[in-house]
Design a protein around this ligand. Sequence first.
Ligand code: GLN
Length: 536
Amino acid sequence: MSKFIFVTGGVISSLGKGIASASIGKILESRGLKVALMKLDPYINVDPGTMNPYQHGEVYVTEDGAETDLDLGHYERFTNTLSSKFNNITTGQIYNSVISKERKGDYLGKTIQVIPHITNAIKERIKKCAEVSGADIVIVEIGGTVGDIESLPFLEASRQFRLDVGVDNVFYIHLTLVPYIKAAGEVKTKPTQHSVGTLREIGIIPDVLICRTEEPLTTQVKEKISLFCNVRQEAVIESPDMDSIYQVPLVFKEQILDEIILSHFKLICKFSDLKDWKTQVVDKVLYPKHKVTIAVIGKYIELQDAYKSIYEALIHAGIYNDTKVEIKRIDSESVEKENPLKLFAGVSGILIPGGFGYRGIEGKIKAIKFARLNKIPFLGICLGMQCAVIEFARNVCNLKNANSTEFKTTKYPVISLLAEQKEVDDLGGTMRLGAYPCKIKKQSLAFKVYHKVLIHERHRHRYEFNNKYKKLFEGKGLIFSGIYPKKNLVEIVELKNHPYFIAVQFHPEFKSKPDNAHPLFRGFIQAALAKLAPLK
Ligand code: GLN
């Protein structure tokens, strides 16, 4: 039977609960255990797919095509687990399932209530994830902050869980903030005390506290937290701000968090010192030999989380190439107005990520033209590929005002909807989603970076390259190097006589890992360092 760890957050949001959960997964996995990680999101949307990036940040797509919370990206990057639709639950999904059961009459005339019907549905989903994954340990991260109204059913379900499956099989970790008050010159434990107090009112007594802090915690402070919060002193784990998120598993490991968890579960596991993670990931991030600047052009550039997996994939490619990747975030609308020579001074590569809607498109197209003409390494992703096609159509093939039908009606719809998408009415969960196979042409840049003819990559888009223009574009020098054979859809385009100009309809960033950087990003950074020989 699986064991369960519930991770809650207190005091404020943005303490890095996702990274903490992923790091716990990492240290336990390194001990030879099979882990699974889940995120429970209190919002009423069925999934984040229809949410604006300003509301939610990146939407992370799993192999099976679920549109999920970006924390699942951390889980997949830190551990060897693959998530699916079973790893992310929202209040919307829970209510949806309970209400549809009620409509079918499955509750035999009972009054449907939060306890037990909603909490039962939550517990069933957690058990389902344990069953599907076959994990030894399921780590369940509960979204929101303790004290929020909307996360209460999730907290209640996790309280009941210990009653259902036994004390030895459930472990509670609470992530909290121990702020440093400059004027007083000391750290304060009161917010943590209150947060744990609120948890205890719900009936959850944390086994471990992870204290986010800017200043080191003295033994006295730890003693105080231990006493007031009823947690053993060694179970007060300090989590200071780090230069890299990939250091967090090492920080936890140093404080034997893995041992504390394993001894509660009475599990005896193989030894691990996370040496490979330290030498192959952390040391490489902290002490790189080279440096390169990459421009990322998007319309949500001011948001930390909107392009999370892209930024991480660039860091991974940096790790692979012993390089610090400096990211210059450029707002696509500003490209429309400014001189590219000035804007891209000192930039060694241009990346255009995915997106929706017309705002900022002309700036992206202008940046692609600049990369094409000035032989600056370019990586286009999803909308980035669609913009590269529009740029090529307009400026190389002279198709005036060529566009995607997502943005304008045009004489030259070089990006358009497939017939099956034209009939779609609902916005949620109806795009082309999840992993699809792609066949790669030999003697292409794509083959040179992947070293494979068959790849599988994840998608999240509605529009496609319009095959009507394929012949014309090929004649003008665009290479269609990756195709989804079943439907003959264009997945990768690239340019001849350019050191690195490649654009893909899928999202390679979702499969990049710190210890296994994605080939397209690796090649991109190599080209930016001018180490990759151009394709003849
Ligand atoms: N808006 C485009 C489409 O739907 C691209 C989507 C994306 O970049 N994820 O096809």
